[in-house]
Design a protein around this ligand. Structure first.
Ligand SMILES: [Zn+2]
Ligand SMILES: [Zn+2]
Length: 185
């Protein structure tokens, strides 16, 4: 006996919808606490709604959601929280004919989203892609983040710079001493 896996709130069974005529619709609201995006980035506090419409090839998905991305501030390297709103539409191609059980031909494009063999439609991959697109190129913990001092490395949001009074960088003078040293031969 196969134990059913706990289903993610971002996964929907569309078997019944696929048995209905083209144009049939379903609407769902969803919430999910956490979705890993990419390395250090994750999407939290996800709330959204989705509308599914039966098409010839599968299911047309219209999705909008809100969430908070946690990532690293580009200036001070501390954790940053970026609120995002995402909207997307995608057509998910069916993998199996829901009435006959026969496999359907794969769509020509490789990057198309699929309804799986159990007629489950998983939004998480699409949400991941669109959430990353919504992330600013240079995420900041706050607009006014002062960042790190390039001289002494201190977090200028927390402490005053310590190198301001010493214009000569010690690492540079050590390097200079190395070059000034007479050569061995
Ligand atoms: Zn910052
Ligand atoms: Zn400094």
């Amino acid at each position: 006996m196969v134990k059913l896996k706990d289903r993610s709130p971002l996964t929907f069974n569309v078997a019944q919808l696929l048995r209905e005529p083209i144009g049939a619709r379903r609407e769902h609201d969803f919430t999910e606490a956490f979705l890993s995006l990419h390395e250090d980035e994750a999407l939290h506090e996800i709330t959204g709604s989705v509308r599914f419409t039966r098409t010839l090839a599968g299911v047309y998905v219209e999705c909008s959601l809100h969430g908070v991305i946690t990532c690293q501030c580009m200036r001070c390297l501390q954790p940053a929280r970026i609120a995002i709103d995402v909207e997307f539409v995608e057509e998910y191609a069916a993998s199996i004919d829901v009435n006959s059980g026969a496999p359907l031909p794969s769509p020509d494009e490789d990057d198309v989203f699929r309804v799986d063999e159990q007629h489950m439609l998983d939004l998480s991959m699409a949400i991941r892609e669109y959430a990353l697109l919504a992330l600013p190129i240079k995420p900041l913990c706050k607009e006014s983040c002062l960042g790190l001092c390039p001289g002494c490395g201190v977090d200028l949001n927390v402490n005053a710079c310590q190198c301001h009074e010493e214009p000569i960088d010690e690492r540079f003078s050590a390097l200079k001493a190395l070059f000034d040293r007479p050569s061995a031969d």
